[in-house]
Design a protein around this ligand. Sequence first.
Ligand code: NDP
Length: 309
Amino acid sequence: MTARILSGKPIADAIKAEVAGEVEQLERTHGFRPCLTVVRVGEDAASAVYVGKKVKTSEELGIISELRHLPVDILHGDLLAIIKELNGRPDVDGILVQLPLPDQIRTSEILETIDPEKDVDGFHPVNAGRLAQGEKSLVPCTPAGVIEMLKRSDIEIAGQHAVIVGRSNIVGKPMAMLLLRENATVTICHSRTKNLAGITRQADILVAAIGRPGFISGEHIREGAVVIDVGINNVSDTDVVRGLFKGEELGKRLTAIEKRGFTLVGDVNPKEAMEKAGSFTPVPGGVGLLTVAMLMRNTVDAAVKRRKL
Ligand code: NDP
């Protein structure tokens, strides 16, 4: 069997087009465009790339974007004050604090200070609680993107056994809640799970959100399952890459390592997933592309809700 590739690009493009249409309509009928403020602290290279993508996509869709780039040694109290100022600004619809934050900052206190109505990352305990209770809320972008990927690829969720490997507050747990809301039967696995492969092989839908390159191998996958790879890992070891890719793709990956020093790899072994899965999301080019699209979706939703339109 060769798996059907679930590509993120057409789905991300469709979501972005819908959001751009809504932004235009809000401007036409209500005279404003939603505003997203992204807070970046310090000079972390990966954060710079992620923030850049968020700002650029906002601008493409007509969302007003504001970047607050703060020094790495900013005091906790000063960052807190900035969040409070943004909470109080009527023109700001979404506040996103790019993680990770430097050591002197108490991250959970910062995230909990963001007004839940402006919490476009969906990390605030109020939004996590609402999601757990099955109420409407702002939902973390990556798992929300996975649901869009499944629905828009006409993959049945209701009644299916979904197994998630990973239980983080950012991906694993909200993923479980969203799949439950879609009436899947959900199992969550983590680093203390016994007989992991025995459980993942029962999955109709297997979601990997682990942070270990190529960890999910053929032995973890039931023949024909839908395999969603959320992982994003930088790999520079050519031996690891040789175990994960073959043919032309392997060539591309080795060239990338030679040129850039690394290649992006998911948490699933793509070579083995392609042989066993029914459908599979590639890395890059899979669900990763949906995260920013869903952030745009959340920004417009937050604007509509808080402005009571
Ligand atoms: P975390 O490190 O917060 O969580 C990883 C989870 O995997 C934990 O629950 C951990 O279990 C579990 N785990 C680790 N090792 C094993 C193992 N050997 N067997 C079973 N479970 C294991 O990571 P995140 O959730 O933040 O991210 C997961 C992946 O998704 C990463 O590759 C990250 O880069 C990627 N990601 C991608 C995004 C996107 O935009 N596409 C956005 C966010 C993340 P335990 O809880 O027991 O420690």
